[in-house]
Design a protein around this ligand. Structure first.
Ligand SMILES: NC(=O)c1ccc[n+]([C@@H]2O[C@H](COP(=O)([O-])OP(=O)(O)OC[C@H]3O[C@@H](n4cnc5c(N)ncnc54)[C@H](O)[C@@H]3O)[C@@H](O)[C@H]2O)c1
Length: 301
Protein backbone atom coordinates (compact mmCIF):
# COMPACT_ATOMS: atom_id res chain seq x y z
CA UNK A 1 0.00 0.00 0.00
CA UNK A 2 1.34 3.38 -0.95
CA UNK A 3 2.16 5.46 2.05
CA UNK A 4 0.12 8.60 2.20
CA UNK A 5 1.79 11.41 3.98
CA UNK A 6 -0.49 13.81 5.65
CA UNK A 7 0.24 17.29 4.38
CA UNK A 8 1.86 19.37 7.04
CA UNK A 9 -0.44 22.06 8.31
CA UNK A 10 0.88 25.53 7.48
CA UNK A 11 2.49 27.38 10.36
CA UNK A 12 -0.07 29.30 12.33
CA UNK A 13 -0.24 32.88 11.08
CA UNK A 14 0.31 35.66 13.57
CA UNK A 15 -2.85 37.45 14.50
CA UNK A 16 -3.60 40.71 16.14
CA UNK A 17 -6.79 41.86 17.75
CA UNK A 18 -8.47 45.00 16.56
CA UNK A 19 -11.19 46.46 18.75
CA UNK A 20 -14.23 44.27 19.31
CA UNK A 21 -13.85 42.73 15.84
CA UNK A 22 -11.71 39.88 17.12
CA UNK A 23 -8.64 38.30 15.52
CA UNK A 24 -7.24 39.76 12.31
CA UNK A 25 -4.52 38.14 10.20
CA UNK A 26 -1.40 40.20 9.72
CA UNK A 27 -1.52 41.96 6.38
CA UNK A 28 -5.32 41.88 6.21
CA UNK A 29 -7.16 45.19 6.24
CA UNK A 30 -9.78 45.52 8.92
CA UNK A 31 -13.14 46.63 7.49
CA UNK A 32 -13.17 49.42 10.06
CA UNK A 33 -10.16 50.96 8.30
CA UNK A 34 -11.67 50.90 4.83
CA UNK A 35 -12.88 54.47 5.05
CA UNK A 36 -9.64 55.66 6.55
CA UNK A 37 -8.05 57.36 3.55
CA UNK A 38 -5.01 58.43 5.53
CA UNK A 39 -4.08 54.81 6.33
CA UNK A 40 -2.15 54.36 3.09
CA UNK A 41 0.61 52.01 4.16
CA UNK A 42 -0.39 50.59 7.51
CA UNK A 43 -3.35 48.63 6.17
CA UNK A 44 -1.23 46.35 3.99
CA UNK A 45 1.68 45.93 6.37
CA UNK A 46 3.99 46.77 3.44
CA UNK A 47 5.81 50.01 2.75
CA UNK A 48 4.43 51.97 -0.17
CA UNK A 49 6.89 52.05 -3.08
CA UNK A 50 6.28 55.77 -3.70
CA UNK A 51 8.81 58.08 -2.07
CA UNK A 52 6.84 59.89 0.64
CA UNK A 53 9.48 62.63 0.80
CA UNK A 54 9.03 63.50 -2.88
CA UNK A 55 7.20 66.72 -3.78
CA UNK A 56 6.97 65.87 -7.47
CA UNK A 57 4.31 67.99 -9.21
CA UNK A 58 3.17 69.71 -6.03
CA UNK A 59 2.27 73.39 -6.29
CA UNK A 60 3.94 75.21 -3.40
CA UNK A 61 3.57 78.87 -2.40
CA UNK A 62 6.31 80.35 -0.18
CA UNK A 63 6.15 83.83 1.38
CA UNK A 64 9.27 85.91 2.08
CA UNK A 65 11.13 83.77 -0.46
CA UNK A 66 13.57 86.43 -1.70
CA UNK A 67 16.23 85.62 0.89
CA UNK A 68 17.10 83.84 4.11
CA UNK A 69 15.05 80.86 5.30
CA UNK A 70 12.30 81.47 2.71
CA UNK A 71 14.79 81.24 -0.15
CA UNK A 72 16.37 78.08 1.27
CA UNK A 73 12.90 76.52 1.65
CA UNK A 74 11.91 77.45 -1.92
CA UNK A 75 15.13 75.91 -3.26
CA UNK A 76 14.66 72.74 -1.23
CA UNK A 77 11.03 72.27 -2.32
CA UNK A 78 12.09 72.76 -5.96
CA UNK A 79 14.88 70.16 -5.62
CA UNK A 80 12.25 67.72 -4.32
CA UNK A 81 10.13 68.27 -7.43
CA UNK A 82 7.64 70.99 -6.50
CA UNK A 83 6.70 73.90 -8.73
CA UNK A 84 7.45 76.80 -6.39
CA UNK A 85 5.63 80.12 -6.40
CA UNK A 86 8.09 82.50 -4.80
CA UNK A 87 6.47 85.55 -3.22
CA UNK A 88 7.93 88.60 -1.46
CA UNK A 89 7.85 92.40 -1.44
CA UNK A 90 11.48 92.46 -2.64
CA UNK A 91 11.03 92.10 -6.39
CA UNK A 92 14.76 92.16 -7.28
CA UNK A 93 15.42 89.44 -4.72
CA UNK A 94 12.49 87.43 -6.11
CA UNK A 95 13.88 87.56 -9.64
CA UNK A 96 17.33 86.43 -8.43
CA UNK A 97 15.77 83.59 -6.45
CA UNK A 98 13.64 82.49 -9.41
CA UNK A 99 16.61 82.55 -11.83
CA UNK A 100 18.69 80.54 -9.35
CA UNK A 101 16.04 77.81 -9.15
CA UNK A 102 15.58 77.71 -12.93
CA UNK A 103 19.37 77.51 -13.43
CA UNK A 104 19.40 74.48 -11.13
CA UNK A 105 16.69 72.88 -13.34
CA UNK A 106 13.93 73.53 -10.84
CA UNK A 107 10.48 74.89 -11.59
CA UNK A 108 9.54 78.29 -10.18
CA UNK A 109 7.78 81.59 -10.77
CA UNK A 110 7.87 84.83 -8.81
CA UNK A 111 4.90 86.96 -7.73
CA UNK A 112 4.96 90.15 -5.68
CA UNK A 113 2.94 89.62 -2.50
CA UNK A 114 2.80 91.90 0.51
CA UNK A 115 1.30 89.48 3.02
CA UNK A 116 -0.12 92.36 5.08
CA UNK A 117 -2.30 93.52 2.17
CA UNK A 118 -5.63 91.66 1.89
CA UNK A 119 -6.03 92.80 -1.76
CA UNK A 120 -2.62 91.33 -2.62
CA UNK A 121 -3.53 88.06 -0.91
CA UNK A 122 -6.79 87.75 -2.86
CA UNK A 123 -5.12 88.63 -6.19
CA UNK A 124 -2.18 86.25 -5.79
CA UNK A 125 -4.28 83.31 -4.58
CA UNK A 126 -6.79 83.85 -7.42
CA UNK A 127 -3.98 84.09 -9.99
CA UNK A 128 -2.29 80.88 -8.78
CA UNK A 129 -5.58 78.97 -8.68
CA UNK A 130 -6.50 80.23 -12.17
CA UNK A 131 -3.15 79.05 -13.56
CA UNK A 132 -2.50 75.84 -11.59
CA UNK A 133 -6.00 74.88 -10.35
CA UNK A 134 -4.66 74.13 -6.85
CA UNK A 135 -2.15 74.97 -4.12
CA UNK A 136 -0.82 71.82 -2.39
CA UNK A 137 1.68 73.45 -0.06
CA UNK A 138 1.72 76.83 1.70
CA UNK A 139 4.78 78.01 3.63
CA UNK A 140 4.05 81.09 5.77
CA UNK A 141 7.60 82.30 6.21
CA UNK A 142 7.63 86.11 5.81
CA UNK A 143 8.31 87.83 9.12
CA UNK A 144 10.11 90.68 10.84
CA UNK A 145 11.59 91.05 14.29
CA UNK A 146 11.33 94.41 16.05
CA UNK A 147 13.69 94.66 19.01
CA UNK A 148 12.08 96.65 21.82
CA UNK A 149 11.60 96.11 25.56
CA UNK A 150 8.08 95.82 26.93
CA UNK A 151 8.22 99.43 28.14
CA UNK A 152 9.44 100.66 24.75
CA UNK A 153 6.85 98.73 22.75
CA UNK A 154 4.43 101.34 21.40
CA UNK A 155 1.00 100.54 19.97
CA UNK A 156 2.53 101.10 16.52
CA UNK A 157 5.35 98.55 17.13
CA UNK A 158 2.89 96.01 18.54
CA UNK A 159 0.54 96.41 15.61
CA UNK A 160 3.29 96.25 12.95
CA UNK A 161 4.68 93.09 14.51
CA UNK A 162 1.30 91.34 14.84
CA UNK A 163 0.03 92.42 11.41
CA UNK A 164 2.93 90.82 9.57
CA UNK A 165 3.90 87.90 11.81
CA UNK A 166 0.46 86.71 12.93
CA UNK A 167 -2.50 88.34 11.15
CA UNK A 168 -0.98 87.71 7.71
CA UNK A 169 -0.37 84.03 8.55
CA UNK A 170 -4.05 83.67 9.42
CA UNK A 171 -5.47 85.52 6.42
CA UNK A 172 -3.23 83.82 3.84
CA UNK A 173 -3.90 80.42 5.44
CA UNK A 174 -7.62 81.19 5.27
CA UNK A 175 -7.46 82.20 1.58
CA UNK A 176 -5.36 79.18 0.56
CA UNK A 177 -7.02 76.84 3.08
CA UNK A 178 -10.41 77.40 1.42
CA UNK A 179 -9.03 75.78 -1.76
CA UNK A 180 -7.20 73.04 0.13
CA UNK A 181 -10.32 72.10 2.08
CA UNK A 182 -12.30 71.96 -1.18
CA UNK A 183 -9.60 69.76 -2.74
CA UNK A 184 -9.44 67.65 0.46
CA UNK A 185 -5.65 67.85 0.42
CA UNK A 186 -2.90 70.22 1.53
CA UNK A 187 -0.05 70.97 3.89
CA UNK A 188 0.63 74.29 5.56
CA UNK A 189 3.89 74.98 7.40
CA UNK A 190 4.20 78.15 9.47
CA UNK A 191 7.46 79.70 10.63
CA UNK A 192 7.23 80.20 14.38
CA UNK A 193 10.38 80.48 16.53
CA UNK A 194 11.96 79.09 19.68
CA UNK A 195 11.02 82.55 21.04
CA UNK A 196 7.45 81.16 21.13
CA UNK A 197 8.35 78.86 24.04
CA UNK A 198 11.19 80.61 25.94
CA UNK A 199 12.22 84.21 26.48
CA UNK A 200 15.19 85.09 24.27
CA UNK A 201 18.04 86.87 26.09
CA UNK A 202 19.59 89.33 26.31
CA UNK A 203 17.84 91.35 23.60
CA UNK A 204 14.17 92.11 24.07
CA UNK A 205 11.30 91.65 21.61
CA UNK A 206 8.09 90.93 23.50
CA UNK A 207 5.82 91.58 20.51
CA UNK A 208 7.87 89.26 18.26
CA UNK A 209 7.84 86.43 20.83
CA UNK A 210 4.08 86.74 21.38
CA UNK A 211 3.43 86.83 17.62
CA UNK A 212 5.38 83.57 17.23
CA UNK A 213 3.52 81.93 20.13
CA UNK A 214 0.34 82.99 18.32
CA UNK A 215 1.57 81.29 15.13
CA UNK A 216 2.14 78.05 17.05
CA UNK A 217 -1.36 78.07 18.51
CA UNK A 218 -2.98 79.21 15.27
CA UNK A 219 -1.38 76.16 13.64
CA UNK A 220 -2.94 73.84 16.26
CA UNK A 221 -6.41 75.33 15.86
CA UNK A 222 -6.36 75.27 12.04
CA UNK A 223 -5.00 71.71 12.14
CA UNK A 224 -7.92 70.72 14.33
CA UNK A 225 -10.53 72.42 12.10
CA UNK A 226 -9.15 71.06 8.83
CA UNK A 227 -7.88 67.60 9.79
CA UNK A 228 -10.97 65.80 8.49
CA UNK A 229 -10.60 67.68 5.19
CA UNK A 230 -7.15 66.18 4.61
CA UNK A 231 -5.32 69.42 5.35
CA UNK A 232 -2.40 69.36 7.79
CA UNK A 233 -1.07 72.46 9.52
CA UNK A 234 2.20 72.52 11.45
CA UNK A 235 4.60 75.12 12.79
CA UNK A 236 8.36 74.97 12.99
CA UNK A 237 10.43 76.71 15.67
CA UNK A 238 13.95 77.48 14.43
CA UNK A 239 16.72 78.53 16.80
CA UNK A 240 19.32 81.09 15.70
CA UNK A 241 19.72 80.87 11.93
CA UNK A 242 22.42 82.51 9.77
CA UNK A 243 20.26 85.12 8.03
CA UNK A 244 19.95 88.90 8.05
CA UNK A 245 17.25 88.80 10.72
CA UNK A 246 19.39 88.08 13.82
CA UNK A 247 21.97 90.60 12.53
CA UNK A 248 19.36 93.25 13.29
CA UNK A 249 20.05 92.82 17.01
CA UNK A 250 23.75 93.72 16.55
CA UNK A 251 26.86 91.60 16.02
CA UNK A 252 27.78 91.70 19.72
CA UNK A 253 24.75 89.50 20.41
CA UNK A 254 26.13 86.66 18.30
CA UNK A 255 28.85 85.57 20.69
CA UNK A 256 26.43 85.72 23.61
CA UNK A 257 23.76 83.70 21.78
CA UNK A 258 26.23 81.10 20.56
CA UNK A 259 26.91 80.14 24.19
CA UNK A 260 23.19 79.42 24.67
CA UNK A 261 23.24 76.76 21.93
CA UNK A 262 24.50 73.31 23.02
CA UNK A 263 26.48 72.89 19.78
CA UNK A 264 27.66 76.53 20.03
CA UNK A 265 26.78 77.33 16.44
CA UNK A 266 24.12 79.05 14.40
CA UNK A 267 21.95 76.91 12.11
CA UNK A 268 22.22 77.09 8.33
CA UNK A 269 18.95 78.06 6.57
CA UNK A 270 19.03 74.70 4.72
CA UNK A 271 18.85 72.84 8.03
CA UNK A 272 15.54 74.57 8.68
CA UNK A 273 14.44 74.10 5.06
CA UNK A 274 14.91 70.31 5.32
CA UNK A 275 12.48 70.13 8.24
CA UNK A 276 9.99 72.37 6.45
CA UNK A 277 10.18 70.13 3.37
CA UNK A 278 9.53 67.07 5.53
CA UNK A 279 6.46 68.72 7.10
CA UNK A 280 5.22 69.67 3.62
CA UNK A 281 5.60 66.09 2.34
CA UNK A 282 3.54 62.93 2.77
CA UNK A 283 6.38 61.55 4.90
CA UNK A 284 4.92 63.57 7.78
CA UNK A 285 1.30 62.45 7.20
CA UNK A 286 1.03 61.46 10.89
CA UNK A 287 2.00 64.93 12.08
CA UNK A 288 -0.46 67.80 12.38
CA UNK A 289 -1.01 70.65 14.80
CA UNK A 290 2.54 70.43 16.12
CA UNK A 291 5.23 72.94 16.88
CA UNK A 292 8.40 71.17 15.72
CA UNK A 293 11.53 72.48 17.42
CA UNK A 294 14.39 72.88 14.93
CA UNK A 295 16.55 74.92 17.25
CA UNK A 296 19.85 73.05 17.55
CA UNK A 297 18.79 72.10 21.08
CA UNK A 298 18.65 75.65 22.41
CA UNK A 299 15.49 74.90 24.41
CA UNK A 300 16.89 71.80 26.18
CA UNK A 301 18.71 74.02 28.72
N1 LIG B 1 16.76 83.87 11.35
C1 LIG B 1 16.45 83.37 12.53
O1 LIG B 1 17.33 83.24 13.42
C2 LIG B 1 15.02 82.95 12.81
C3 LIG B 1 14.78 82.23 13.98
C4 LIG B 1 13.47 81.80 14.26
C5 LIG B 1 12.44 82.10 13.38
N2 LIG B 1 12.71 82.81 12.24
C6 LIG B 1 11.56 83.11 11.37
O2 LIG B 1 11.82 82.62 10.06
C7 LIG B 1 11.20 83.47 9.08
C8 LIG B 1 12.24 83.91 8.06
O3 LIG B 1 13.29 84.58 8.74
P1 LIG B 1 14.65 85.04 8.03
O4 LIG B 1 15.69 85.01 9.07
O5 LIG B 1 14.83 84.32 6.77
O6 LIG B 1 14.27 86.59 7.73
P2 LIG B 1 14.85 87.58 6.64
O7 LIG B 1 14.69 88.94 7.23
O8 LIG B 1 16.20 87.18 6.16
O9 LIG B 1 13.83 87.39 5.41
C9 LIG B 1 12.48 87.75 5.53
C10 LIG B 1 11.87 87.89 4.15
O10 LIG B 1 10.50 88.31 4.33
C11 LIG B 1 10.23 89.34 3.41
N3 LIG B 1 9.15 90.22 3.89
C12 LIG B 1 9.19 91.18 4.85
N4 LIG B 1 8.01 91.79 4.96
C13 LIG B 1 7.18 91.21 4.04
C14 LIG B 1 5.82 91.41 3.66
N5 LIG B 1 5.06 92.38 4.23
N6 LIG B 1 5.29 90.60 2.72
C15 LIG B 1 6.05 89.64 2.12
N7 LIG B 1 7.34 89.44 2.41
C16 LIG B 1 7.90 90.20 3.36
C17 LIG B 1 11.55 90.11 3.27
O11 LIG B 1 11.59 90.90 2.09
C18 LIG B 1 12.56 88.97 3.29
O12 LIG B 1 12.80 88.49 2.00
C19 LIG B 1 10.59 84.64 9.87
O13 LIG B 1 9.22 84.40 10.07
C20 LIG B 1 11.34 84.61 11.18
O14 LIG B 1 10.61 85.17 12.24
C21 LIG B 1 13.97 83.24 11.93
Amino acid sequence: MPQTTKPKSPPAKATRTVGKGGALKLGQAHPAWAADAACRTGDTGRADSRDPFSLQDRIALVTGAARGIGLAVAERLAVLGAHVILTDINEDGLEKARSGILAAKGSAEGLRLDVTDPKDIAQVVDAVIARHKRIDILINNAGICINATALETSAEIWERQMTLNLDAVFFLSQAVGAHMVKAARGAIVNLSSFAAVVDVRPQKHVAYSVSKAGVAHLSRVLASEWARSGVRVNAIAPGFVMTDMPLGAGMEMHDIWRKFVPAERFLHPYEVANVVAFLASDASSAITGQLIMADGGITIW
